[in-house]
Design a protein around this ligand. Structure first.
Ligand code: GLP
Length: 245
């Protein structure tokens, strides 16, 4: 794992966007794995700004999002489909039919998980996966205890995740308790991974990732098994950590 330490959230977002833009320019048909949550919002803002100013094109790019809440349709403001449209897709020249988010509003979730996993495979896999990290070490919505062999699957969200994500909803009771997420194995199949970590509340998770054992009780630890992971972390998340990569 390679770690790039930056000053703050603004710099992390700028660096991450530069990283992604460089990959898109080298491979206009790149398959990008995308994340939601507060962490990548600044990165997406930078991608939009660059697209408007410099014209980087996403016309041939295909995207796969990590996860979606169960029970929310794409027109629900709290769905991750809505989030992605608002935060990125509506502002760049991407072909919406090439943007993929698991469906949270269907009845047969088993079939949806298989369809999504299959879709990624049919496209030849993800070239670059963007990841955030939960304070309990979750990646995507793979909560502690998730098998490292898991493919796209349905999960029960940990109470700490529900609490953390309640800030996006009017009331905590509105936060769905289940989600569909790419599995750990699905994520690990990506050719390259870019993990973004910002803020003091992620410090402990980053410490565990860098210094702890590889263990299913801390999902992000599996990233140590991947041959090509870059972490961009800001000072608040790194502060005082001895970084061994
Ligand atoms: C959320 C998402 C993850 C995200 C993580 C951190 O629940 N499912 O994909 O990386 O938790 O979120 P945030 O960036 O808001 O801290």
């Amino acid at each position: 794992m390679k770690i790039i330490e930056v000053k703050d959230y603004t710099e992390m977002s700028r660096k991450a966007a530069e990283y992604i833009i460089d990959k898109v320019c080298h491979n206009p048909k790149i398959k990008l794995g995308l994340a939601t949550g507060g962490t990548p919002i600044g990165t997406y803002k930078n991608l939009i700004e660059d697209h408007k100013k410099k014209g980087t094109s996403y016309q041939d790019v295909t995207t796969f999002n990590l996860d979606e809440y169960v029970g929310l349709s794409g027109d629900n403001k709290n769905s991750y489909r809505y989030f992605m449209d608002e935060q990125l897709f509506n502002h760049i020249d991407i072909n919406k039919s090439k943007t993929n988010v698991p469906r949270g509003d269907i009845i047969n979730f088993e079939a949806e998980c298989l369809r999504y996993e299959d879709l990624i495979e049919k496209h030849g896999g993800i070239d670059l996966q963007i990841l955030g990290i939960g304070s309990n070490g979750h990646i995507g919505f793979n909560e502690p205890g998730t098998s490292f062999n898991s493919n796209t699957h349905m999960v029960e969200l940990a109470q700490s995740t529900i609490n953390a994500n309640a800030r996006f909803f009017n009331r905590i009771e509105e936060v769905p308790t289940k989600a569909i997420t790419m599995g750990i194995s699905s994520i690990l199949k990506s050719k390259e991974i870019l993990l973004l970590v910002s803020g003091e509340n992620k410090k402990e998770a980053l410490f565990k990732l860098l210094n702890g054992e590889i263990n299913e009780s801390f999902p992000a630890s599996v990233l140590k098994k991947h041959p090509c992971v870059t972490i961009i972390a800001d000072k608040a998340a790194v502060a005082g950590l001895k970084v061994h990569c």
